[in-house]
Design a protein around this ligand. Sequence first.
Ligand SMILES: NC(=O)c1ccc[n+]([C@@H]2O[C@H](COP(=O)([O-])OP(=O)(O)OC[C@H]3O[C@@H](n4cnc5c(N)ncnc54)[C@H](O)[C@@H]3O)[C@@H](O)[C@H]2O)c1
Length: 331
Amino acid sequence: MIGKRHLQAMKTIEEAELIAIVDPAEPAKAMALNEGVPWFATIEEMLAEVVPNGVIVSTPTEIHLEPTIKALEAGCHVLVEKPIAANLDEANEIQKVAERVNRNVMVGHHRRYYGLMELAREIVSSEKLGRLLAVHGQWTSRKADDYYIPKWRQQRSSGPVLINLIHEMDILRFICGEIESVTAQLQSGFRGHLKEETAAIVIRFQSGVLGTFLLSDATPSPWNWEHATGENVNFPRTGQNSYRFLGSEGCLDFPNLRIWTSKGTPDWNHLMDFEDRNVPLEDAYISQLLHFCRVIKQEETPRITAKDATETLAATLAVFDSAEQQRTITL
Ligand SMILES: NC(=O)c1ccc[n+]([C@@H]2O[C@H](COP(=O)([O-])OP(=O)(O)OC[C@H]3O[C@@H](n4cnc5c(N)ncnc54)[C@H](O)[C@@H]3O)[C@@H](O)[C@H]2O)c1
């Protein structure tokens, strides 16, 4: 899925050139032939013949570690998909190896490349909203049955917590600051897979801001980032919001960027009015890839480092710990 998206971005820009495709699956072989580049079943086979400047690792999450480390040790810079790894030990190992070989790792939290993300952060910390008090977010959608044909997608490492919530935790950290604690309940049983399907989460930020998040991959709903923004043509745009940031003076619907304030003193006796901010949605995968090219040329440092992505992973994994141990997890 996402490898094709990176390929599409690569074909759009002049700064990057596709050198090879590594993927043991037959369709990948046909794709390499179609693109006129060599195909390899394993990264070792590729590195024995060609060492590119950069490698994009978009294998299933539990297979991020090995190709990332092999590519780093061969001297390549790496863009690894989110989550950086399936657990914190592997994420830390990636960080250590990158430091040892003096190569950059950046992690594919692509939403941070949207201008609207920067603007949301600016609005949330502005006088318009006043002091941020609370946030509510939602990612609810029903994934298509054929999404679960690959067995890896039925495992916990590929449930909505590590596949989808990780993006949301990253957004929340980016806009509201570091997370102090996480309390969660999980539910499953609709499809009969090993992974979770629904989660209700309470988040406390270091600033004292409180948040709630509702997650489910088993309900057809318009309230999720992909349908809200239409960033992917496969998930038709609804324009609905999936976040509400609540401040002492006003609040923000997001990603619609609708700012609500009172006409008069900010209390319940006054009519509320709104102001929309319109920001075009760029292709974040292209922006990410252009940034990766500049990171390879050492013109920029990674916008989402392995360390940063490990913090996002820790907050996300705390959801499992909290649900399993029936307690609040302090990070
Ligand atoms: N940034 C995003 O928005 C986004 C979106 C989707 C997926 N992802 C992430 O991308 C990763 C892949 O997800 P996907 O949905 O594209 O998976 P996918 O199953 O569609 O593709 C994974 C590919 O990896 C190949 N593969 C398996 N083992 C391999 C190995 N050892 N070496 C080389 N190739 C191997 C498979 O044959 C398959 O073609 C996951 O970590 C996921 O979390 C990110």
